[in-house]
Design a protein around this ligand. Structure first.
Ligand code: PLP
Length: 412
């Protein structure tokens, strides 16, 4: 093969060098950061983009005629365009900045959801994060609509036949996660979207755990809403995205009132701004958007497909190594997963396990992962969860396995 077209091998050591936090130590030990599903670390490119913005471009956006405000507006709107390209959305009118996945879903529930009434149904799955359960429960309480839940099986896979059977002309929305944060399961989203569309339901995809690991193209996916958080994509916290088809956004009433979302205000009548500003009341997270754009550039330069392949290798090796630990049970053995391994160690509460692992410099999440129904389904109070990102390496996995052996010694 011609050297010019030979794909470069994935150099994880080089990637790690881009993340300053990974060279810090914890309790005198090398940091093995295995909690990327909760929040990914930031590469220098993101830290520096935010720093540059703060030092040289900050002012409020959209309102100033002076140069600095124009610069800030250009940076903010440039970030919106970057997100549009990343998702392959048709227009920047379809890209609404929010505070995160949670706020994006609440926006849809409180604005689009107003049209629902008694007899209407919303279908979710048993695998949802609380952010994709509670806003719909609140909506159902307000409107009299009914929340239906599609079951999962012992491997942590969706029962797609049951999902199909729960759809009917009463279903107005099917809202589901692309990837389960608690189990790592990749859901059969294409089949789910097709099935929902066949009964005339809209679909909302929670992409919080997917965007950093798989290429997303909202136009080929065929969903109606897509939501994600910047901080799980190597960008800053406090910022998220709601993508929705322009025709749907046009029909949605504003949900929060204030500055920027209006065209004119008088005490007699207020008229609302164009899309997407109608859904962005108040001063936005400008530096966050700048950071998100830099994070997308960074990930695209690495190549999402290559990152995915790297993480799949880690998943296979981690699952193999963990299965050989006596008394360890992996929760969630779906055929298709991303780099997430949830597990229990017999006789050790996950919180105690998390503490011992922390002593060894290993950062994993221990808890219900904001997915209590999943814990209930598997009849466990909590799990420990190791999750991987573009910078995770085999030394991290080895450190995890060593720390688990130590936990076994401590707890006999
Ligand atoms: C699948 C899923 N949905 C929603 C959320 C909520 O994201 P945020 O807290 O950034 O709003 C998370 C966070 O862990 C998640 O994993």
């Amino acid at each position: 093969m011609n050297a010019a077209v030979t794909p470069r091998a994935y150099d994880v050591a080089r990637v790690r060098a881009d993340f300053p936090i990974l060279s810090t130590t914890v309790r005198g030990k090398r940091l093995a950061f295995l909690d990327t599903a909760a929040s990914a670390q930031r590469p220098l490119a993101v830290i520096e983009a935010v720093d540059r913005y703060e030092r040289g471009s900050h002012a409020n956006v959209h309102r100033g005629v002076y140069e600095l405000s124009q610069k800030a507006t250009d940076a903010f709107e440039g970030a919106r365009e970057r997100v549009r390209r990343f998702l392959n959305a048709a227009s920047i009118k379809e890209i609404v900045f929010t505070r995160g996945t949670t706020e994006s879903i609440n926006l849809v529930a409180q604005s689009w959801g107003r049209r629902l009434g008694p007899g209407d149904e919303i279908l979710i799955t048993w695998m949802e994060h609380h952010a994709n359960i509670v806003p719909w429960q609140m909506l159902c309480e307000r409107t009299g609509a009914v929340l239906k839940v599609a079951p999962i099986d012992q491997r942590g896979e969706l029962d797609i036949d049951a999902f199909r059977a729960l759809l009917s002309p009463r279903t107005k929305l099917a809202a589901f996660t692309q990837v389960s944060n608690a189990l790592g399961t990749v859901l059969p989203i294409r089949a789910m979207i097709d099935a929902a569309r066949a009964v005339g339901a809209l679909t909302l995809l929670d992409g919080a755990q997917a965007v950093a690991h798989e290429r997303v193209d909202v136009r080929t996916l065929g969903c109606d809403f897509y939501v994600f958080s910047s901080h799980k994509l190597y960008g800053p916290t406090g910022l998220g995205v709601l993508w929705a088809r322009e025709a749907i956004l046009r029909e949605m009433p504003p949900w929060q009132g204030g500055g920027d979302m209006i065209l004119t205000v008088s005490f007699a009548k207020t008229t609302y701004n164009e899309l997407p500003y109608r859904f962005e009341a108040g001063t936005p997270h400008i530096s966050g958007a700048v950071g998100l754009a830099a994070a997308i550039d960074y990930l695209e330069a690495l190549g999402i497909e290559r990152v995915h392949e790297h993480e799949q290798g880690l998943l296979a090796r981690a699952s193999y190594a963990l299965r050989s630990i006596p008394g360890l049970r992996i929760i969630g053995e779906a055929k298709e997963k991303i780099g997430v391994v949830s597990f229990m160690l017999e006789g050790v509460h996950p919180h105690d396990l998390g503490t011992i692992l922390d002593d060894e410099g290993v950062a994993v999440r221990a808890g219900h992962h904001c997915a209590m129904p999943v814990m209930e389904f598997f009849n466990v109070p909590a799990t420990a969860r190791a999750s991987f990102g573009c910078y995770t390496d085999d030394a991290d996995l080895q450190q995890l396995v060593r720390a688990l052996s130590r936990a076994l010694e401590v707890f006999g």
